[in-house]
Structure formats: C-alpha cells, structure tokens
Design a protein around this ligand. Structure first.
Ligand SMILES: Nc1ncnc2c1ncn2[C@@H]1O[C@H](COP(=O)(O)OP(=O)(O)OP(=O)(O)O)[C@@H](O)[C@H]1O
Length: 370
C-alpha cells in the first residue's frame, strides 16, 4: 500500500497543494517553519483520521479560514482507493472513500495505516497514560475490527455508569441500577483487556529487538500492562470474575468520586530497562530510542498481521541515527513507503537521495527538487 497523490486545501499552512509521491522514499526538505511537519501530519490524518500534534481538529484548518479539504489516492492490493476529508469549524469532519460517505473508522479500508515518529514527541513514553492507551487503541482497532466495537460499547456503558454514580451521591435508592452497567462493563472490559494483553505479548519481542538494534544496550527491556483491576497474575479464564470483583471493591471510591476508578480506561503501559521504569527514570535518549522502537514494532506488527506495510513518517529523525541505521531505514526497507523531513539535506548521502523523490518546502508550497 502506498500514497500516490495528495491534494490539500486550507490544511495548516498549505493554501493549496497537489503532489505525486514515489512508492519508496520521499524526502521533504526546507528551512524551519516552512510546513514539513504539516505535510507529514496531512498524510497521517488522511491515513489514521487523527491529527499528530493536537487533539483539536479545528487546529488543522488554515488560520482564519472555516474549511479545509484533504484528498489522498492510495494504491492498494485491491486497486486504487481515494479518501477525502472535509473539515469544518464547528461541525464534525466528513469522510468519503471512493465517493461513499463513511460514518465510522471501522468502515474505512483497513489496509491504510501510517506510523509517525518525531524525536520531539516522546509523549508515548513520557506523557500521560491516556497517550499510551490512545496508541494501543488505534493500532489494535486497525488489526482487530471487533476491538473498535468493544471500545465504543464499553465507553457508552462507562458513561452511563458514571452518570448513575453521580446521581447515587444524592439518592441511594437507585443503587440496584448499577448492576446492569457493572455486568456490561465487566464483560466488555474483559474483552478489551484480553485483546490488549494478547496484542502486547506479540508486540513485545519486536520492541525488544528494535531497542537492542537502535541502542546496542544489552540490559533487559520489559513491557508490562498495568492493570487497575487485578495485579496478581491470573489466567484469562478468570479475568471476568476478577474484573467484577474489582468493580465491587472500588464501589465506595467510585461513589465518593462519581467516577469509575478501575478498568481499561485507567490502565497504562510500563517500560522497564534493567528493572528501572523508563517513564520516570529514562534519559531523553533512552526514551527517544524506546519511542522509535515501539513505532518500528508497530510497523512490523501491522505487516505480520495484514501482510501490508504501513506508511512510515519520520519527522526530523535522521539526526538521531548513525549512518548505518540511517541507511537501513532509508535504503534497505524496500517494502515501505517512507516520508522523511529534514532541514539539512546534506545529512542524506547522494546515492540515497538519487533513489527517492526529493521535494523542497517553502512557506507552504511544495516543489519537486528531483
Ligand atoms: N492552522 C494553521 N494555519 C496556518 N498556519 C499554520 C497552522 N498551523 C501551523 N501553522 C504554521 O505552519 C508553519 C510551519 O510549521 P511546521 O511545523 O510544518 O514547520 P517545519 O517546516 O516542520 O519546521 P521545523 O523544521 O522547524 O520543524 C508554522 O509557522 C506554523 O505557525
């Protein structure tokens, strides 16, 4: 799968843009603040329907404008797929694929996926637990279509339970109504937990392998799922029972706070290097290498499960790597479509430059360099 063409209108600092890309390596270079990251974000948004640097989609619309439009034409195993997105201030985005409006993420063509890495963005490791859950939920929804449904239903039931908890603060006669939500939540929550843990078990060997490759650090890297429902190791068959028990135990706190304190919406990921938690004790370099390794593991997992390589977006990441690893990313991964940004074109050897398409970005305009 690769992105053949892009068309943008009023997206970030691009008033209008149209470009054709190469199947392999594409390099965007230019001075600071010209639009290199914005263009990667446009590609990411087209693929994953989420912005990279903000939670607010309105931020993607050109300053002072009300609408933005993006179109991507993807070449896939099943032929050409075009995806269009309309953003409107004060309204929900509209998405169309091959001319048909799509209401849900799960209805979109599953092969299209992008992985973004920027050395400045360490939120996956350093950020709030919600950032790590967001990462897990996005990739798992892509690979296991049922997971998106579990999540949506879980969030609906959780929302209702939380409303009820707030009402119970003033009126305890409604307490029996909790049962129905607890029943649903423990069933859906168990499905989410099992899927996440199973996914992490498969992701972990790749993260470990890439971490060793990029860092050459021989210390043991561990990836643990921090579960708010039960901490001791229990068999998956007992998850549901343990989950229901955890909900019952946490009821006094839930009633006090008006919020459900346990469940996948509160869980986290833990990364240990030589027994120390990298979220709190890792150096910037270790955290960066871990992020990069997780992103490569994500690429690899997607490939293992679907047989399709996602699009790799590397924002100013080359300076982080020595020449062998740089060469490995840019040259040896022939099955990936890669978009790379750099403000220093001389960091890329001539022989590699010649193999890719090189574009210069200047004040929101894109020109083909060669
Ligand atoms: N919604 C928007 N409308 C118009 N311009 C925007 C919008 N959002 C961001 N910008 C502008 O886009 C410009 C380019 O940003 P971008 O992050 O893409 O630069 P860059 O080329 O990656 O720079 P650097 O090399 O410094 O990372 C910035 O000056 C920013 O203010």
């Amino acid at each position: 799968m690769h992105l053949e063409k892009i068309r943008l209108f009023n997206f970030r600092n691009f008033k209008e843009l149209e470009a054709d890309f190469s199947k392999g390596l594409n390099i965007f270079f230019g001075d600071n603040a010209q639009g290199k990251t914005n263009l990667l974000e446009a590609i990411y948004f087209l693929c994953n329907l989420k912005p990279v640097r903000t939670n607010k989609e309105q931020h993607l619309i050109f300053f002072e404008e009300e609408k933005a439009y993006l179109k991507g034409v993807f070449s896939t195993f099943f032929g050409s797929v075009d995806r269009e997105i309309w953003l409107n201030l004060g309204d929900k985005k509209k998405v169309r694929e091959c001319g048909v409006e799509k209401k849900r993420f799960s209805e979109l063509f599953w092969q299209i996926h992008a992985v973004f890495f920027s050395p400045d963005d360490l939120s996956l490791v350093k950020g709030k637990p919600s950032e790590r859950r967001r990462f897990l939920d996005l990739i798992i929804s892509r690979l296991r279509p049922k997971y998106g449904r579990y999540l949506a239903e879980y969030n609906r039931a959780l929302f209702q339970r939380n409303i009820l908890l707030k009402q119970l603060k003033h009126n305890r006669t409604l307490i029996s109504a909790l049962e129905v939500w607890d029943e649903q939540i423990s069933e859906l929550g168990t499905a989410i937990l099992k899927t996440r843990m199973d996914f992490l078990e498969k992701l972990y060997p790749w993260v470990k392998k890439y971490y060793l490759y990029f860092s050459r650090d021989e210390r043991q890297l561990e990836l643990n799922y921090e579960n708010t429902c039960f901490t001791e190791k229990i068999l998956p068959d007992s998850f549901r029972e343990a989950y229901a028990l955890a909900l019952r135990k946490s009821l006094p706190h839930d009633l006090e706070s008006g919020f459900t304190q346990v469940g996948p919406h509160r869980d986290d990921l833990q990364f240990l290097l030589g027994g120390r938690d990298l979220r709190y004790f890792g150096s910037q370099g270790e955290q960066r290498t871990l992020c990069l390794s997780i992103k490569f593991a994500e690429m690899r997992m997607f490939f293992e499960v679907t047989g399709i390589s996602p699009i790799l977006l590397l924002d100013d990441a080359l300076s982080e790597l020595d020449k062998y690893r740089r060469k490995w990313i840019l040259e040896e991964n022939k099955e990936w479509q890669v978009f790379v940004t750099t403000s220093d074109i001389s960091a890329i050897p001539d022989d590699i430059l010649k193999k890719g398409s090189v574009f210069r970005i200047e004040a929101g305009t894109l020109g083909r360099w060669f």
